[in-house]
Design a protein around this ligand. Sequence first.
Ligand code: URP
Ligand code: ZN
Ligand code: ZN
Ligand code: ZN
Length: 511
Amino acid sequence: ISATNEFCEAGIGYGESGSRMSSSSKILIKGGTVVNAHHQVVADVYIEDGIIVAVRPNIRQVDVDAVVLDAAGKFVMPGGIDPHTHLGFEFMGTKSVDDFSTGQAAALAGGTTMNIDFIIPIDGSLSAGYKAYEEKTKDSVMDYGFHVAVTKWDEDVSREMDIMVKEKGINSFKFFMAHKGVLMLDDEQLLEGIKKCKSLGALAMVHAENGDAVVEGQKRMIELGITGPEGHDLSRPALLEAEATGRAIRLASFVNTPLYVVHVMSSDAMEEIAKARQSGQKVVGEVLVSGLVLNNSGLWDPDFTIAAKYVMSPPIRAAGHDKALQAALSTGVLQLVGTDHCGFNSTQKAFGIDDFRKIPNGLNGIEERMHLVWHTMVESGQMSPTDYVRATSTECAKIFNIYPRKGAILAGSDADLIILNPNSSFKITAKSHHTKSDTNAFEGMTGKGKVEVTIAGGRIVWANGELRAVPGSGKFIKMPPFGYLFRGIDKADANYLSASRAPVKRFTSSA
Ligand code: URP
Ligand code: ZN
Ligand code: ZN
Ligand code: ZN
């Protein structure tokens, strides 16, 4: 992450002094194919002071100080927005290895320029959790936002939700239907939480697995003597994910409020979402890069260190689910791709060497997502570049109500963008990745399409294989309530009320 001279000499075209490098505020990107979710066109992009000023063909360089980047034959796209990360997450007796600065630096090297992380309450307190996460983000190297998890229910939590939305820039809350005894809520609490979300115009998000049944499934495995990582796979089958997904969908329908299902890992859960969307319900499904490109075979590896790195919840499913999730993403049944980036080292994963229930849940992805989705979805012909932009950036910005400041290459948008060379290739390995974990769940994967340049907040932070992240440069992005998913909710409520009948006037016939 340190500034070095080779970066200057690597042909980026900066001025002579180091200070000027980091403060260079004018960038002209020439001749690339500029891709937005709605449109792609060959054009130049001019950036000044962190903002995109112009997007049109033949922009002439007026300022000699401007850095000029040649993007001919390459795609210029909005930087990725990762809707689901856990940086510096204290979980299962340990802490995920990447903090905000290292995790975000890795993100930049992979073409992601913003992440939305989950604030985890402390002893159930949202404001205590918020304070702790404010501290964690001090050295942020790219912009970020927050969802807030709700892990207990009472009047205090309900009041704190008001504060989060009205004062703190939060517009989404995550409810865990699993991780019993730690994070999980029961249905009564979940229903209260969903109702509260609706009243605030905040999006209700769910981790959908039946947490009670998971505990039962885990007990079964231990009784059978299955203590290895494969026990994780066997103890929480897809039907438990589908059940909770369907339950959350029906509760959200009952309340008449939008729902966001995080980490859809199985075709079973995806089909619940497809059904709800077909009936007109506003349900968003997030798929993870791990769900798109991996299958459960790793969990059965005889080497514990290898098997343990794939332990996450809901589990990575058997081959076939990956293809179904790809198809769902390409057809819009699922709308966006996240990572659930939550890396742990092998030594941390080894907490569960004798009992899979103690293996910290989570794996990497923040650095790999943009490459793997391009290769898996666009190179394979399943998605167009415009759809790629929608699924990796624009849809997230729209859902969380920060579009078109984020998620677009338009005059006035933040200058967060990437240059991807479709003819260059990438290779993923723990030896060269930027995340802090000593393993990589995508070890050895290769593909076509390489992010050659990342620009975040108007700074070139990744180019020629070099990272120049600036600690403290990342800004907190406030996300206002009542995003587009809430449009029409009030009308539907009014129609429901007017269609409701007055109580039947009764008399008793027994005289
Ligand atoms: O295994 C996972 N997904 N770890 C992160 C926490 C969560 O449930 O999202
Ligand atoms: Zn260098
Ligand atoms: Zn989760
Ligand atoms: Zn998560």
